[in-house]
Design a protein around this ligand. Structure first.
Ligand code: SF4
Ligand code: SF4
Length: 337
């Protein structure tokens, strides 16, 4: 199925700004929900007089903020709960497909109601691909800020890692994680899945004023992104990224290069944190449609289109030097003949 019409009119930079807004909102929710949860516990226990000064401060901030929409915080504040791993929105439960895959492996049975909670993310991934990674994942916000630090380090000629590994590595990580979950009966895959770790660790910090071992793991992934390879964990090791990539292999919404307006400036390739090759029309199942290449393209040559496959390589952009040289030499040969 193909469509030549772009899905969005220029200017397309707004998509990238929108994406940053969504990432910030998701991250803020992951901070706010545990804060509200802690307040809810205090309110349910009617324990204000017994709280420590810092706990009273939290209570005094959250109580007036929630009072305008509820008189019964112990019950009403359950409406939105959880993290990006598994959450409850006004009675609808939604889970990360990796949580469901891990749970099925660990429990050794298909529990349909739980599978149903991953239905929306699965359908969205089938249609739009690895979009969770670029638009929702709370770890992405931190990884992208870390990538800015990496660019800054590179500019000042500080050492940064440039290792190139096989992108298929993460599919093995996914497979091993699922097998380990099956053997141990515990959803082990969550132990090395950054969005699950970020949600968990934020909860620990806010509710218990401490970190778990996941914080150390996450810190190591940040160091890996600086000193091993750009976005190394997402590119090569993330089990969730692997699952979303598989789901998005034949996604309907994908980016296409308009060869007639492309000028071969290579900005799209330079900005792609996943090391893909938009300039050669190579997006593949790894592309998370996060639109940064669209935002930097000076000639609006990259567009979202409806297509279940990437376009085969279309040769150099018609506004680039290589194509112009090729064209003029062909014309000269024709005139000479
Ligand atoms: S090709 Fe573009 S949208 Fe896809 S991952 Fe790279 S920069 Fe993001
Ligand atoms: S014009 Fe756009 S599509 Fe072509 S190389 Fe530059 S950024 Fe990439």
């Amino acid at each position: 199925m193909t469509s030549k019409k772009p899905l969005l009119p220029p200017p397309r930079t707004f998509l990238n700004r929108l994406r940053w807004m969504v990432l910030c909102v998701v991250f803020s929710m992951l901070v706010l929900l545990p804060v509200v949860g802690v307040y809810q516990n205090y309110a349910a226990a009617h324990a204000y007089d017994f709280l420590a000064p810092s706990e009273k401060l939290l209570y005094d901030i959250v109580e007036p903020a929630t009072a305008w929409f509820t008189n019964d915080p112990a019950t009403d504040l359950d409406a939105i709960k959880g993290t990006t791993w598994s959450a409850n929105f006004f009675g609808y439960k939604i889970s990360d497909p990796l949580a469901v895959a891990g749970q099925i492996a660990a429990g050794k049975e298909l529990y349909w109601p739980f599978l149903f909670t991953a239905l929306i993310p699965i359908i969205v991934s089938l249609l739009i691909g690895r979009i969770f990674c670029g638009w929702i994942c709370p770890a992405t916000l931190i990884y992208e800020l870390n990538d800015k630090l990496r660019s800054w380090m590179a500019r000042y000629q500080l050492p940064v890692g440039e290792l190139k590994l096989n992108l298929r590595l993460k599919y093995w990580v996914l497979l091993v994680g699922v097998i380990l979950s099956f053997i141990t009966g515990s959803v082990l895959v969550a132990a090395f899945y950054p969005p699950a770790i970020v949600g968990r660790e934020l909860y620990y910090v806010i509710a218990f004023s401490g970190f778990g071992v996941g914080a150390v793991f996450f810190l190591l992934t940040l160091l890996g992104d600086l000193f091993v390879a750009k976005r190394s964990f997402c590119r090569y090791l993330c089990p969730g990224g692997a699952l979303y990539s598989l789901l998005g292999r034949y996604r309907l919404v994908r980016i296409k290069r308009n060869v007639e307006t492309c000028n071969d400036c290579k900005k799209c390739n330079q900005v792609c944190q996943f090391g893909l090759d938009p300039l050669r029309d190579d997006f593949g199942q790894e592309c998370n449609n996060y639109s940064t290449c669209i935002a930097v393209c000076p000639s609006d040559a990259l567009q979202f289109t409806l297509n279940t496959h990437d376009t085969p390589y279309q040769r150099p952009g018609h506004r680039g030097r290589q194509y112009r040289q090729h064209k003029s030499s062909t014309e000269k040969k024709r005139q000479a003949a």
